[in-house]
Design a protein around this ligand. Sequence first.
Ligand SMILES: Nc1ncnc2c1ncn2[C@@H]1O[C@H](COP(=O)(O)OP(=O)(O)OP(=O)(O)O)[C@@H](O)[C@H]1O
Length: 262
Amino acid sequence: MAEMVFDLNEISLLRGNRTVIDNLSLHVPAGQVCALLGPNGAGKTTLLRLMAGLAKPACGQVVLGGDDVYALSAAERAKRIAYVPQHIPAGLPLTVTEFVLLGRMPHLGPFSQPRAADRAVLDEALARCELEQLAGKRLDSLSGGERQRAAIARALAQQAQVLLLDEPTNHLDLRQQFRLQRLLQTLAAAGHTVIEVLHDLTLAANHATWLALLDAGKLVGYGSPDKVLEPAALSRVYRWPLAVSQQVAGWQLSSAASTSML
Ligand SMILES: Nc1ncnc2c1ncn2[C@@H]1O[C@H](COP(=O)(O)OP(=O)(O)OP(=O)(O)O)[C@@H](O)[C@H]1O
């Protein structure tokens, strides 16, 4: 896979008269798992949608491998960028197989049927998300975590260079959270660029290679976990006293609030 760098250059976005992304620049090389962190309303989903080409900034550029993301056709974008939204529609009248096969659409011609190669990609995506036994079930009969895994499988079926995931561990049990993080690391090692929004700082610290910390639409921290996980800065951004420790088992982030604060 060719080296693909995701570059955001001085992008800003207004909602009404509020600046929700504020002159933000970010450079994510291929082969990284980058976790977007920050409190509620910091702008993480907005930023991910801008990266996916689903919204356009008022100014600035989003460049993938030298190409302006907004100049790509929708089909070309879908071949290069897969996006897992925060909320997965529950009412789609599709089986898991039909839903995951939607990920192959950018690769199929109009009115063409999936070929053996597409079926092989489907089977691999289902297996990676442990969905083989649920392949024939309808989406609206799945649990929240099963539906989340179906959305991830659909994104995998796109075989895009870049994977953008908005809170992908929502609804997932611990096994599935850790399996997903391992899978994302495997994809990054194979040359994909993975960017995920996470609220669990400990999970992010132990599985992402890069952390990007947002606060009020600004990038206030970016780099390896030992650079970004600075207790005073994190406590300021999250407006809560936080303790950070690095143990044999990995990073541990916890509340440092005294009981008198509660
Ligand atoms: N369509 C919209 N119209 C007006 N304001 C919006 C719109 N979408 C988002 N916002 C505002 O933009 C800000 C950033 O929202 P965003 O969803 O990106 O935050 P977030 O960091 O993903 O938050 P969370 O952790 O709660 O999911 C918020 O203050 C939100 O209220």
